[in-house]
Write a new protein. Structure first.
Length: 122
């Protein structure tokens, strides 16, 4: 079995995570052969290292990580690479693959633009 971790920032208000939890459910339904989990950079748990550890404990040896960030700020330029370096050193036999940052998807940006245009009252 392969794994997929949706990696988001985290927030103090647990309601903030609801869209990510819904996305996790959708992906789990669409990809039943894949273990889908959420992980957070800060303020919420599990952390990315904890989520990876949980998957490795289940025998998962290939994990895709999808950064749920709209932009590539300091967290994605500095914090995330440091976390990934540590994970790759800790789990050399696990294939850890990183998808592009959410906001770098032209398809997603176009869908957001379509949604905005549909919501505008003329």
């Amino acid at each position: 079995m392969n794994g997929l971790i949706l990696f988001a920032h985290g927030a103090r208000d647990p309601r903030w995570a609801q869209p990510f939890q819904r996305l996790q459910t959708i992906l789990s339904e669409q990809q039943p052969q894949r273990q889908v989990a959420l992980a957070y950079l800060e303020l919420m748990s599990p952390s990315l290292p904890d989520a990876v550890a949980a998957m490795v404990a289940q025998g998962i040896t290939h994990i895709d990580i999808a950064p749920m960030f709209l932009g590539v700020g300091a967290h994605m330029r500095e914090d995330f690479p440091a976390i990934m370096t540590g994970l790759k050193a800790q789990y050399p036999d696990v294939q850890l693959s990183v998808l592009p940052v959410l906001g770098e998807s032209e398809t997603l940006l176009q869908r957001i633009a379509d949604w905005v245009v549909q919501g505008i009252k003329e």
